[in-house]
Design a protein around this ligand. Sequence first.
Ligand SMILES: [Zn+2]
Length: 444
Amino acid sequence: MRKIILSLFLLVGMHTYAQSEADIYDIINNVSAERIGNDVAKLANFGTRHTLSDTVSDTRGIGAARRWIKSEFEQISSDCQGCLEVFYQKELIKKGTNARIVKDVEVVNVVAVKRGKKYPNRYVIMSGDIDSRVSDPTDFTSESPGANDNASGMAGTIEAARVLSKYDFESSIIFVGLSGEEQGLFGGKSLAAYAKEKGWEIIGILNNDMIGNITGVDGVVSNRDFRIFSEPVPPNETEEERRARRFYGGEVDGISRQLARYVHKTTRRFMPEMNPTMIYRLDRFGRGGHHRPFNDAGFAGIRIMESHENYTQQHQDIRTENGIAYGDVLEHVNFDYAAKLTAVNAINLASLAWAPPAPETVKIGGIVEPSAKLAWNEVEGASGYKIYWRDTTSPTWDHSRPVSNATSHTLEGIVIDNYFFGVAAVGANGFESLVVFPNQIMRD
Ligand SMILES: [Zn+2]
């Protein structure tokens, strides 16, 4: 009898505090391509979701779209005993702010917070966009289904909320639909400012913008490839930090790049069928996305998207010209692929939200010595740490060494000059924080 009670207790304990590799595989399996397909169709059928479009109708325009997104988040929340905090975050943008704001408009984001049990003020964010556009960015009445750009990212964000609402996490996860992207990244700018004002500690944002096209303008068809865009170093670094990079390194090791490496690594490990490519740039050549305003504010942020774009299906009036069918319509979205990229997001959100915080201070030393030395601050809640290093030309952290119950370590025989190094915190559950590149130098 005692044994039965004990195992019941363990089962109950496991249910509320489930966090293991098995959970990661369950998360992948629970993402539904069918639900994503339904949601992309629902969003596309609002006719247009242009930021300046109708807000009164219940069937057409961005007002109807955001009310529907909010009601979906609320439905998910009611299915998990109110586990999501759902709200609008908005800002009035005045006519003429730029050439694409042709009238005053309230830019409205829809936010859903899954509050962390241990670190309620630490957040990892997944975003998609609510708004769409056609050829003329100021045309807010024409048919603009925006099925791939970016109903796909929005539907993925809603689906990730459904799947992850079944678990508890140590840190908070935010699922957000951002608006005003096509008019000048206004929703992201507004939420990043809101986060600063509220003192949110942001682990990073995974911005999803076009996660459903597998037939590229380059002729390649692939439902396995996807891209992770990240900028090399934060744009708001100080002159002193810039100068230090010349002597100690870090040109390709900013916080957004570490987030990109984390997503790359997690995907490779748990979804080996996928082929992630890290792209060492902020975004596509001369183009923008909603992770950028978060980067501008000093937060880590990346863009996750398809590898093979089709430009005849982006920002286009629906029409046929010279035998080419233009337009971002539903038929071009591959829901199984969108589900895969949604799963990529979900497992990274879960891994980061189950991991302890990263060390804040990582010191490195070993100048003119045969061994590299590392030291870091103790992280409350970490059961150990992992030192990572790699060849200076390698994009990924190829070597690692676990260190438990210590806040310093010497890597015997590893010469500091020939590698880059970093340290992550590891939880008792095995989940790891982002890798922190050394930010202080030890001279002896
Ligand atoms: Zn776009």
